[in-house]
Design a protein around this ligand. Structure first.
Ligand SMILES: [Zn+2]
Length: 442
């Protein structure tokens, strides 16, 4: 603390001379001096000595014993700046593997970043572009790190989270999941959706883009969320329980994603929910997963997507004639909103046209409404005060995925994107603290 005293003396002497005090400059200088003093003190604590003669052997992973060789030093960036760690090094004469048991104890094995610094990097790295994260680290923590360092740490932690989740999923698939005892859940919702994330070229090799004949530039992240509802407002509209939403997501097949979402739903009380609801747009994979993993759930097609289907038809039926479009919509949206699916399907099938493309389209849309008729019983769902729109997952696609992974100039590898999605979901679900704790225990 001597350094800080000295610094303050200089500063206040300056004030007597000039009559001015720049508080921001002073506080930052004091922080820097305190870091420096703290780093010196911490370095002293981290000078380990050679083990006594009778403790110079430790177990090696190969089954033999590693022998103490010497003390070795490495720099480690900590919350108070770079410190030196001096600790015993052991080498196994059998397999030639070296080890630093103290690094394991200090949680700095294989890294020159302290646990506190890595945690900060993970927090900023899931929240914002890596370079913005680097700037935050400098401003908020007084630590100068590279952009690459923020990226590496955030992705490594995200990968670790994803790997643990995968273990959990595998266990859940092989064994019966334990029934989790807890408060009964009145209404549990599951929503899922897909959203494209821009990727580097090699990740789309051989994949078809959205435009025929063009290569894809994105890969689809499948995102799912689980939330609960206890009540509704004065007009009978559903109210989502505050802070009840958790997310899972990844670039992966529908089959893999189905297991992921199933485990999440289970954790959130699927087995003890009085009412279970699966909400999504018309995408086929969504309803396949709903049938396979969430039997007994009430399936609802997002009303706004369904209306969108009608709007597109209206535009094709009456191009450039908004008055006619609106008139047609008035009738047909009314059928949809009132759950008159049979009438709607019949109405669509009875439209005659000489345009073969439009005829095709009409048939497809009629099939869509017919196939999803049970999922469009909106008046019935409304009477039960259920949500009929998948707004929560659509908002999730923006806040969880787009705001972090779809900024201009970003191109991800599948591996990097999945790591950041896993890290971000973990943080948003309020589980990072637990993960960080468990990681040390394991
Ligand atoms: Zn060995």
């Amino acid at each position: 603390m001597h350094e800080v005293d000295q610094l303050l003396h200089v500063i206040f002497a300056e004030r007597r001379k000039t009559g001015r005090l720049d508080l921001e400059a002073i506080e930052m200088a004091v922080r820097s001096a305190m870091h420096h003093a703290g780093g010196t003190a911490l370095s002293e604590l981290l000078q380990f000595s050679a083990p006594p003669a009778e403790q110079r052997r430790v177990a090696c992973g190969c089954g033999h014993e590693a022998h103490y060789r010497e003390l070795r030093s490495k720099p480690v960036v900590t919350a108070v700046g770079t410190v030196k760690v001096l600790r015993p090094y052991y080498l196994c004469p059998h397999c030639r593997a070296g080890q630093f048991p103290i690094d394991v104890e200090l949680d700095i094995a294989g890294t020159e970043l302290s646990p506190a610094v890595r945690r900060m990097q993970a927090v900023v790295g899931q929240q914002m572009p890596f370079d913005a994260g680097r700037q935050q680290m400098k401003l908020l923590a007084g630590l100068e790190l590279t952009t690459k360092s923020v990226e590496r740490t955030a992705e490594a932690i995200g990968e670790d989270i994803a790997a643990r989740e995968q273990q959990e999923i595998q266990r859940a698939v092989q064994l019966d999941l334990p029934i989790i005892i807890g408060e009964p859940v009145p209404i549990l919702y599951i929503e899922m959706d897909g959203t494209g994330v821009p990727v580097v070229q090699k990740e789309t090799a051989g994949r078809q883009g959205k435009i025929q004949g063009q290569p894809a530039h994105t890969r689809e992240v499948k995102l799912g969320c689980v939330f609960t509802q206890t009540g509704w407002d004065a007009e009978g509209y559903a109210i989502r329980d505050p802070d009840s939403t958790t997310y899972v997501g990844a670039i992966e097949t529908a089959e893999e994603f189905g297991k992921r979402l199933y485990v999440e739903a289970w954790k959130r009380g699927w087995s003890r929910a009085t009412k279970k609801v699966v909400l999504g747009d018309g995408a086929e994979w969504i309803w396949n997963l709903a049938d396979q993993h969430f039997p007994g759930g009430i399936q609802i097609v997002d009303l706004f997507h369904a209306r969108q289907h009608l709007w597109e038809l209206a535009r094709r039926l009456y191009p450039n004639d908004e008055v006619q479009q609106k008139r047609w919509m008035l009738v047909h949206q009314n059928l949809l909103d009132n759950g008159k699916m049979k009438k709607l399907t019949v109405a669509l099938r009875s439209i005659r046209t000489d345009n073969p493309e439009l005829a095709d389209r009409l048939r497809l849309e009629a099939d869509y409404f017919h196939r999803n008729a049970l999922r469009m019983r909106y008046p019935k769902f409304r009477r039960q005060h259920l949500f009929v729109g998948s707004g929560v997952i659509e908002a999730g696609c923006k806040t969880v995925i787009a705001s972090r992974l779809k900024q201009s100039g970003m191109f991800w590898t599948v591996r990097g994107a999945n790591a950041i999605v896993a890290l971000r979901c973990c943080e948003l679900n309020g589980r990072f603290e637990n993960y960080w704790e468990d990681r040390r225990v394991a």
